[in-house]
Design a binder for this molecule. Structure first.
Ligand code: ZN
Length: 398
């Protein structure tokens, strides 16, 4: 035998721990009996070469019962593994059963109702034959159920020191009835550990208690389901709120963007104004923009006097649209397109340093001061045009 076999003493008390009251059919007679001791456990440590079927055979239990009680997923074993082997009524075949009482080993998927139906019993009838049943809803796969096929009744085991006469007295059944139901020729045919069928007696109290347990469990399940549903609802609500929050935030961001763009437009004008720089570093303003006198032409820009060859810089970044000789008196001149209708013009240059189509940065060299065109001395004629109309450059320069 295995080195480490331990017979556990967690018997019915823990596993089947139900206070059982059994009620006879006789009106007003209530008899309490102890739950029959049906099981023990053996802890078995697997040794090299052991197979599950060998172990099951050795202990005369269903292989599936060992798998179930040991939590195995398959039949593969590894040495050192500890198996929990359920002992089902120390092998039913060795125990005397009343005639017509069969042993049924619970299979996966069985329910108390389905087993009762299969053997044409009421649930109460099945419970009466198995008063140690711990629950109507949790049948243990591999455990034994006793099935009375001839007549229903309460199935008990004789305890040490207990006789069939004792049962006859306790349950108010005649010895003749008991002898007939149990196929006895003599009261000594049955001994301690043997099963005795008490015909017509129903474990009604036990059954009712099991029903109460079932109802309590059902309520607990419902309560749990309600709790889960409530939890789901709360989570859903929180998620919805979060989403709403996100939506509001996105809306807020969008509004802010629109507002900042709206602010940007006047800001752009400021930037545009600030975006201009003086086109030369050293100069003297000799003529301002506007009307100079009654008989003189309207001056379309400002004149900045400086020695010939003084560098002229782009007042703003842009693309050179004109670089060449003017038919209108500007001489060698450059026009830069800054976009959004803004243009600057630089006239009377001695030399041009850019080509039409060229992109120039703000402050980039574009030419040199001269006196070409209608000019009386070296100076830069500087114009700012917005939308094709000349403007006072002083309004755009820093
Ligand atoms: Zn001028």
């Amino acid at each position: 035998m295995a080195v480490s076999e331990l017979l556990s003493s967690t018997l019915a008390a823990g596993i089947l721990g139900l206070p059982l009251g059994l009620q006879a059919n006789l009106p007003g007679t209530e008899i309490a009996v102890d739950p029959p001791v049906r099981k023990g456990w053996v802890l078995y440590t697997v040794r090299p070469g052991d197979t599950l079927s060998q172990i099951a055979q050795r202990y005369r239990v269903d292989m599936r019962a060992i798998m179930y009680s040991s939590g195995l997923e398959g039949i593969a074993l590894r040495p050192g593994q500890v198996l929990r082997i359920p002992l089902v009524d120390e092998a039913p075949s060795e125990v005397r059963l009343p005639p017509g009482v069969q042993v049924y080993i619970v299979r996966r998927g069985d329910t108390v109702e389905s087993v009762a139906r299969r053997f044409d019993l009421t649930v109460l009838g099945l419970v009466s034959a198995n008063p140690g049943l711990p629950s109507l809803d949790r049948l243990e796969v591999g455990s034994a159920l006793y099935i009375p096929t001839k007549e229903p009744g309460l199935l008990l085991r004789l305890k040490p020191g207990e006789t069939i006469q004792d049962l006859s007295r306790r349950f108010g059944l005649s010895m003749l009835e008991l002898a007939r139901a149990n196929g006895l020729n003599s009261p000594t045919d049955v001994g301690p550990g043997d099963f005795v069928l008490l015909p017509g007696i129903q474990a009604r109290t036990t059954y009712e208690r099991l029903l109460q347990i079932r109802e309590a469990e059902r309520k607990a399940r419902e309560e749990e389901a309600r709790r889960l549903a409530e939890e789901r609802r709360r989570q859903e609500e929180a998620r919805r709120k979060q989403e709403e929050q996100r939506r509001l935030q996105a809306q807020q961001r969008h509004r802010q963007q629109v507002q900042s763009q709206a602010r940007l437009r006047p800001a752009n004008a400021v930037v545009a104004a600030a975006g201009y720089r003086w086109p030369m570093s050293n100069f003297t303003i000799t003529t301002y923009y506007g009307r100079r006198g009654v008989f003189q032409r309207f001056h379309t820009g400002i004149d900045l006097a400086a020695p010939t060859g003084t560098p002229i810089y782009a007042a703003r970044a842009g693309q050179v649209s004109v670089a060449g000789w003017s038919r209108f008196g500007y001489g060698l001149h450059v026009i830069i397109d800054h976009g959004e209708g803004h243009e600057t013009l630089y006239g009377h240059m001695s030399r041009i340093a850019v080509r039409p189509g060229q992109w120039v940065a703000r402050g980039e060299l574009i030419g040199y001061v001269g006196s070409t065109g209608w000019s009386t001395g070296p100076h830069l004629h500087f114009e700012v045009r917005v939308g094709g109309v000349t403007r006072n450059p002083m309004a755009y320069l820093p």
